[in-house]
Design a protein around this ligand. Structure first.
Ligand code: ACM
Length: 685
């Protein structure tokens, strides 16, 4: 790196004057110069010194690209040269590359075909940037780039179980993922709602659980969550044959993308149990989603499936799921209990951990690595296992500190959340994750010890499809947020800039639309909850309320003064301006220090049915002069509409004229066990 960089760094002060080159993800070092390379007669010649399959793959890719390039066999005759350089100490990472565009053409160097592929991706993004917009001219801007990824794992996860998405859709997305230098496709192939992978040994899996009578996942759930045969009238679903899989794996490999399969066990296995009820603790299908771990047939079944998976997927990492198992079934199952006794397992968490370790040993013996959602840490984890952290950064910090490799995919990477006003956006999972929040994620969690930071392998954007039934909707959720995931994974934090990225993303959305991708229209973004966009001044600001019941430690906001800091909550209850009360009324009392006139009291609550957050069943505002005797100013009982899936924000207010010292807000919980109340500010004027 040094050889190339030092002169470059010396030039940095002059860069401000140069043209701004749009690149996503943004490179490590870039120096733009005045001028351009314009291919003579509109066509340039290209040469690479790659050999064999690597050469064929790259030249095929170039031939199918929009760049007007003609391959030549002699380096001396080429305008664009893509060359291996295994000696340059700056090009040690297989994905690193150098690219220089001069008035005579372009030279790219890398130590590995993958680096040359990425140099070509950069070239394609630069294509036309030196020409006036819309001319279709292929002139390239003059530039020197040295680039390498900050992180080795830059992933896209796709759930094809909740709704089925076929080969054409997946390959179309993989082409775009390559543009953003993403290199992992995490393929969520099995879940409760359908088994999507042909397993030759167990044809029953796809014969009996790849189709269902209802196309929409929610309707399927409401109507008993049963499967049907492919031939049943109106059957919805599908699966991938092993031939399909090989095609997709090969296709992805040509794009520098490793396909990481996920077979989600021991939970999320309703489909597997519908085909093989004997693997359930009760021996009956459709009763739960957990494989019986006390039945040795379960391990045989899973490893037989994995044997075929290993044959199909060359990926070093094999994802075994491990998330959200309802372990209570194992606590009631005589076979699981007997196994726990035999193995000296203290609880059902240890039982799952025992199963994960067995799978891990099995995979290790076959030269692969086990990857699982962060629940696999519970009950003890084999030191070799890799953790995919989804439940906040705490699990990532814990896993990395314990020496496990970690892939980060916290809520900012959950692309099934709305990216704009969730009260008007197409229905997603119910939360609010605008591009800004996805971009704001640091791959390495704040608070992780520097020594443990190398355990963070990278980041991944997840697209779960409970409420995403169409390809158009899936693309809408993916783009442009996956660009932010890509930049988080590739670009070192010091080189990230929200303002620059946002400008580029606006142009990128135009590009995506022109290419036939249904990206979210970023230019029309409305932004966050209007109430959250500016502070509110009122009498209670700076006074800490007294709480009759403490807020949940899971959602403490920014401490007890959250409700009186003058800041209203955003659309996102996880962002720290919301206080959560679990199974509890919210009752807070404000002391204004002296009796004084007030004319207005207000508090807002949120409903998000999918997260068990409900509006209160009653809100009462009462006041007192002495803190003993309270008189009621307003009382609003309401029926909680538990079935309303919309995100609702409701403000409860009293207006009038009175003199008081104490103000008390009492919001009664909905009454539904496990339910939450969320509130953001108590405003007194
Ligand atoms: C997950 O979102 N259940 C990993």
């Amino acid at each position: 790196m040094k050889r190339f960089l030092l002169p470059l760094l010396a030039l940095l002060p002059f860069l401000a004057a140069a043209q701004e080159l749009r690149l996503i993800p943004y490179p490590l070092y870039l120096q733009a110069d005045e001028g351009m390379y314009a291919p003579e007669g509109g066509v340039a010649t290209v040469y690479t010194d790659l050999r064999g399959d690597d050469r064929r793959q790259l030249l095929d890719y170039i031939a199918s690209s929009p760049l007007p390039l003609k391959a030549v066999k002699k380096q001396a005759k080429a305008h664009v040269r893509l060359l291996l350089d295994e000696l340059d100490p700056s090009l040690q990472q297989p994905e690193a590359y150098r690219l220089e565009i001069t008035p005579q053409g372009a030279d790219a160097y890398a130590c590995h075909p993958q680096g040359l592929f990425y140099a070509f991706q950069t070239l394609m993004q630069l294509d036309g940037q030196a020409a006036p917009a819309g001319t279709g001219d292929h002139s390239l801007p003059l530039v020197k780039i040295f680039d390498e990824p900050a992180h080795q794992w830059r992933g896209w996860h796709m759930d094809v179980s909740r709704h089925f998405f076929g080969k054409e859709f997946l390959t179309k997305q993989l082409r775009m993922m390559a543009r953003y230098k993403l290199n992992r496709f995490h393929w969520h192939l099995t879940d409760d709602s359908g088994w999507r992978l042909e397993i030759k040994r167990y044809p029953q899996l796809t014969d009996s659980t790849a189709y269902r009578p209802q196309a929409l996942w929610e309707e399927w759930g409401d109507q008993g969550a049963r499967f049907c045969s492919a031939k049943a009238p109106g059957a919805y679903g599908g699966y991938f044959t092993q031939r399909d899989v090989r095609e997709i794996v090969d296709y992805a490999q040509c794009l520098g993308i490793t396909v990481v399969p996920e077979i989600d066990v021991p939970g999320h296995s309703r489909a597997a149990l519908a085909a093989f009820p004997a693997l359930a603790c009760t021996g009956r299908a459709y009763e739960n989603s957990e494989l019986c771990l006390g039945n040795d047939e379960t391990f045989t079944f899973v490893t037989n499936v994995l044997t075929e998976v290993l044959d199909l997927f060359p990926s070093e990492y094999i994802h075994i799921g491990g998330d959200e198992a309802d372990r209570s079934h194992w606590a009631r199952c005589p076979k699981c209990q007997a196994l726990m006794q035999r193995e000296g397992l203290a609880d059902v968490k240890e039982l799952q951990s025992w199963f994960t370790r067995r799978l891990e040993d099995w995979l290790t013996q076959r030269g692969r690595k086990l990857l699982g959602w962060d629940e696999i840490m519970e009950g003890g984890l084999s030191p070799r296992a890799t953790v995919m952290s989804w439940r906040g950064e705490r699990s990532a910090v814990e896993a990395a500190t314990d020496g496990h490799d970690v892939v980060m995919t916290p809520w900012q990477c959950y692309l099934d959340n709305a990216q704009d006003d969730p009260t008007t956006e197409p229905r997603g999972v119910g939360g609010y994750v605008p591009l800004r929040l996805t971009y704001a994620l640091d791959a390495v969690p704040v608070g992780l010890d520097a020594a443990a930071a190398p355990h963070i392998l990278g980041v991944q954007g997840n697209l779960w499809t409970e409420r995403i039934a169409t390809e158009a909707h899936a693309e809408y959720m993916l783009y442009p947020r996956i660009c932010a995931v890509a930049e988080n994974g590739w670009t070192v934090p010091e080189r990230k800039s929200w303002e620059r990225f946002h400008r580029f993303a606006l142009d990128e959305v135009d590009y995506l639309h022109a290419q036939g991708y249904n990206a979210f229209n970023l230019a029309a973004e409305k932004g966050d909850r209007p109430e959250a966009q500016q502070p509110v001044r009122h009498l209670a600001v700076g006074r800490t309320p007294a709480y009759t019941h403490a807020p949940s430690p899971k959602y403490p906001g920014r401490g007890p003064a959250t409700l009186t800091d003058g800041e209203r909550g955003s659309y996102n209850y996880q962002e720290g301006q919301w206080l959560g009360f679990e199974n509890q009324d919210c009752e807070v009392t404000l002391d204004l220090d002296s009796v004084q006139p007030i004319a207005y009291v207000a508090a807002s609550f949120m409903q998000r049915a999918d997260q068990w957050i409900w509006l209160p069943s009653e809100v009462q505002i009462s006041v007192s002069d002495d803190g003993q005797d309270y008189r009621i100013l307003s009382r609003e009982p309401q029926e909680v509409d538990f079935d309303n899936p919309a995100i609702i924000f409701r403000t409860y207010t009293w207006e009038g004229a009175t003199r008081v010292r104490y103000v008390r807000l009492t919001a009664k919980a909905s009454g539904r066990p496990g339910g939450w109340l969320f509130t953001d500010e108590i405003i007194i004027k």
